[in-house]
Structure formats: structure tokens, C-alpha cells
Ligand binder design. Structure first.
Ligand code: FES
Ligand code: FES
Length: 131
């Protein structure tokens, strides 16, 4: 059964969405489905008919400063987790424009990063919200 992740990356060439674990554990493949973060490695394509999908490419214009914050705070190292985190964060900022640190940590709980130790990522998000 075709997965949303495969169609995005292979057929539509939207390679910003990454595959990490492929098993719903890492969050690297996060996209928005009708505005809500989902793990595209677990979403069968058949569930996406007539529904709005937004990938990190589509968010580049709406949250450009967020990418700058990531670089400034050291929240991006190898970058493997970054697209998924940006997507999750964008959804959080819609739901909670001024999130607390606790809300940020809860929102990002499913997005694993092996490089940064999370502090830079959390700071980037809080600083972005403060703009
Ligand atoms: S690749 Fe989808 S959660 Fe890891
Ligand atoms: S920056 Fe490398 S996994 Fe997060």
C-alpha cells in the first residue's frame, strides 16, 4: 500500500520531508494533513483523497524567519529532524501563538533529534513566537 511519504518524495519530488525510522517513532516525516501534524510514513495514500496536505516546502514562505531562528540558536545541526520539527512547530504556533516552554516541549515530544539536545530548538520556537 502506497504511503503518503513515498508519494511526496518520489512522485512529487517534495524531498524536504525526510524518512527516518519509517515506523512512526522519529517524527522526521511529519506533514500537515488538514492542518494537523501527521506522520506521513504511517499514512496510507488512500486516506488523503480530497484532503489538504502541507509539507515543509509549503511552509517556507509562511514562516521564513523560523528557519533563521533555528540557525541563530544552534537548533539545526545535521538537519535530518529539522523539516519535521518546523512542520510540528508551525502547527503549534497556529494553535498557541505564544506557547509556554512546557507546551513547546509537549508539542515536540514526537520529534526526535540526535544532534542538538533540544535547547536550541526550543529557544528558536519561543523566540519566533515572541516576534
Ligand atoms: S520516518 Fe515517520 S516517524 Fe520516523
Ligand atoms: S539536527 Fe541532526 S537530528 Fe536533529
Amino acid at each position: 500500500m502506497a504511503r503518503l511519504l513515498d508519494v511526496l518524495r518520489e512522485r512529487l519530488e517534495l524531498t524536504g520531508t525526510k524518512e527516518g525510522c519509517g515506523e512512526g517513532e522519529c517524527g522526521a516525516c511529519t506533514v500537515l494533513l488538514e492542518g494537523r501534524p501527521v506522520l506521513s510514513c504511517l499514512v496510507p495514500l488512500v486516506q488523503c483523497a480530497e484532503r489538504e496536505i502541507q509539507t515543509v516546502e509549503g511552509l517556507a514562505d509562511s514562516v521564513p524567519s523560523f528557519f533563521e531562528q533555528f540557525v541563530a540558536t544552534g537548533g539545526v545541526q545535521c538537519g535530518a529532524c529539522t523539516p519535521g520539527i518546523v512542520v510540528t512547530a508551525a502547527a503549534l504556533l497556529v494553535e498557541s501563538p505564544k506557547p509556554t516552554r512546557d507546551e513547546v516541549q509537549k508539542a515536540l515530544a514526537g520529534n526526535l533529534c540526535r544532534c542538538t539536545g533540544y535547547e536550541g530548538i526550543i529557544r528558536a520556537l519561543i523566540e519566533e513566537a515572541g516576534r
